[in-house]
Design a protein around this ligand. Sequence first.
Ligand code: RB5
Length: 149
Amino acid sequence: MKVVIASDHGGYQLANEIEVFLTELGVNVEHIGSKCADSVDYSDYGIPAAEKVAQGEYDRGIVICGTGVGMSIAANKVRGIRCALVHDVYTARVTREHNNSNMLAMGARVIGVDLAKEIVKTWMGGKFEGGRHARRIEKVAEYEEKLSK
Ligand code: RB5
């Protein structure tokens, strides 16, 4: 499992923590930035991360900004990306089971480090259930396909 992490100035500290956490769990992680407190635009990091997941360079992506909202909006503009904005463990599990989310967004100004680690661990371990959920995802993918023509 290869995971790409992206963050802005609002999320880089949590992103650094998550990078270390996943590495300790044996996951192959790359944090593509930003990695400092200088003000940057979340779109400059979130979109490239989403493209890397959409193109298959990474299996999953984790994007972190102040609220998680900007990063999730940016990532979800990339075709094939299903980015879930998550701040609780229940949603972390169910978004894998029902939405087959391939990216996770979190807000570093919304939740603490320990909860974020729980969310990441749960989301990484969650399994897509398929069935009716696959049909629903397919409808979204068909719409995305139509827009790209
Ligand atoms: C940066 O101040 C902040 O707007 C950003 O991190 C994020 O919360 C945007 O959605």
